[in-house]
Design a protein around this ligand. Structure first.
Ligand SMILES: CC(C)(COP(=O)(O)OP(=O)(O)OC[C@H]1O[C@@H](n2cnc3c(N)ncnc32)[C@H](O)[C@@H]1OP(=O)(O)O)[C@@H](O)C(=O)NCCC(=O)NCCS
Length: 157
């Protein structure tokens, strides 16, 4: 049976492992990670809980953990000047479902819970950065492309 539950700080090890696995699923090699990647991620979770309404949800299937998602009111790169009912962005990150559990609707159930939390804390919009694998899931919820642009500053690109 599939269950989605709120993660507690005692789940942080799993959340960190899923976050690292997410980057690995993009093809990130060992040497590309910071040596303290796990500690950085734990710190992000702790700070998010303390200051940014971060919540994470864990999916279990027949008692085994098979996926997770995090969401929060994000650490904005610009000053927030609009009142909450006018505009407040929520962010969904670190969506991950174990390889052998994919395609069974687990991502959908996790995303529903994340959006529910952001709605509860007064967000008027949900933003995320989709991987190629995540696109069908998010488009199915009605997420559309936005105006974000990016410029690579890596040498040779
Ligand atoms: C993206 C991811 C979370 C999806 O999780 P999932 O549990 O397999 O997703 P679901 O089973 O809930 O599928 C949701 C919808 O997306 C569609 N979908 C999922 N994977 C798909 C694929 N590979 N190709 C086409 N459609 C796909 C499904 O058809 C489903 O829609 P439907 O129920 O209307 O048919 C999972 O593939 C994953 O963890 N990938 C690696 C990490 C990653 O990229 N995470 C997203 C970061 S933004």
């Amino acid at each position: 049976m599939l269950t989605i539950r709120l993660a507690t700080p005692s789940d942080d090890d799993v959340l960190v492992s899923h976050y690292v696995a997410l980057w690995r699923s993009y093809g990130t090699a060992d040497h590309e990670f910071e040596p303290d990647a796990r500690e950085r991620t734990s710190h992000f979770l702790r700070e998010g809980r303390a200051r940014h309404h971060l919540k994470a949800f864990i999916a279990t299937f027949d008692g085994k953990i098979v996926g997770s998602v995090c969401c929060e009111e994000p650490r904005s790169p610009y000053p927030i000047v609009l009142r909450k009912p006018v505009s407040r962005v929520g962010y969904v990150g670190s969506m991950f479902v174990e390889d052998d559990a994919r395609g069974r609707g687990i991502g959908k159930r996790l995303l529903e819970r994340a959006i529910g939390h952001l709605r509860e804390i007064g967000c008027t919009q949900v933003v995320l950065h989709s991987s190629t694998a995540g696109r069908p899931l998010y488009e199915g919820f009605g997420f559309g492309r936005t105006g974000e642009m990016s410029l690579s500053l890596k040498p040779g690109s």
